[in-house]
Every structure is written in structure tokens, then in C-alpha cells.
Design a protein around this ligand. Structure first.
Ligand SMILES: [Zn+2]
Length: 131
């Protein structure tokens, strides 16, 4: 089986990765104090666990790798969807760059050949995120 890939081993690319961000609001149980007082004693708030705020929803904030990475090899992954027997093939590229410690492989859709392209994709993916 011959598989066409967007990049080849040895190519240098920039990758996108995301960080989960939480949208928080002041805890309505302790009014943001983090503690509940009762009978002159203070207890850690059971709802926010002393944080004073609680997460209500999360979103992904995207970034581009600052330095380029060199592709060491390409691995083909196969995912099986629940109860349907279609197979979805995704190509993953594995890197040998020590600069990218948070991630060692990326799907093809998260890779770009120039930093500029990667940054444009980051702006596009983050556009609907809360400011
Ligand atoms: Zn609380």
C-alpha cells in the first residue's frame, strides 16, 4: 500500500499544540473567600476547594512551536470508530528535536512548513476563544 504524505522524514516543520484553559467564575458558595465560617470556625470551601473560583467551561489555546523540528519518521495510526467498522487513517510525524519536549508526535493537520503558516493557523484556531 502506498501512502502519500504531506512531508517526508528529514523535512523541517513547525507544529501546533494546544493548552487547555478554564473559564472561571467566583465561587458562589463561599463568595470567593475559599473558606466557610460556622460557629466561629473556618472550613475549606467544599465547592471550590479553597480556590475561591470554579471552572465553568474550558477551551483550547493554540500555539506554534518556536523553533523548527525535523521529522525523524512517520507512523501510520488507525482509529476504529464505535460500532461502525470504518477505519480512519491519520498520519503522525515523530520528531527527534530536543526543543519540542511537550510533544513528540503530531497529526499531519497540525504541521506547517513555515513559521508564518503555523502562526496564521494559530490565529485562525484561536479566533473564537474568549479574549
Ligand atoms: Zn468556594
Amino acid at each position: 500500500m502506498e501512502i502519500k504524505t504531506k512531508f517526508d522524514p528529514g523535512d523541517t516543520v513547525y507544529g501546533l499544540y494546544s493548552v487547555d484553559r478554564w473559564i472561571t467564575e467566583t465561587c458562589n458558595f463561599c463568595n470567593g473567600e475559599g473558606f466557610i465560617s460556622s460557629n466561629r470556625e473556618s472550613f475549606a470551601c467544599p465547592k471550590c476547594l479553597k480556590e475561591g473560583e470554579v471552572g465553568t467551561s474550558s477551551y483550547k489555546e493554540w500555539f506554534a512551536t518556536k523553533s523548527h523540528m525535523r521529522i525523524s519518521h512517520i507512523r501510520l495510526s488507525r482509529y476504529e470508530h464505535q460500532s461502525t467498522y470504518f477505519f480512519d487513517h491519520t498520519l503522525y510525524y515523530v520528531y527527534d528535536s530536543p526543543d519540542c519536549q511537550m510533544k513528540t508526535h503530531f497529526p499531519e493537520s497540525d504541521l506547517f512548513s513555515s513559521y508564518e503558516e503555523a502562526c496564521n493557523a494559530v490565529v485562525e484556531r484561536n479566533k473564537n476563544n474568549p479574549k
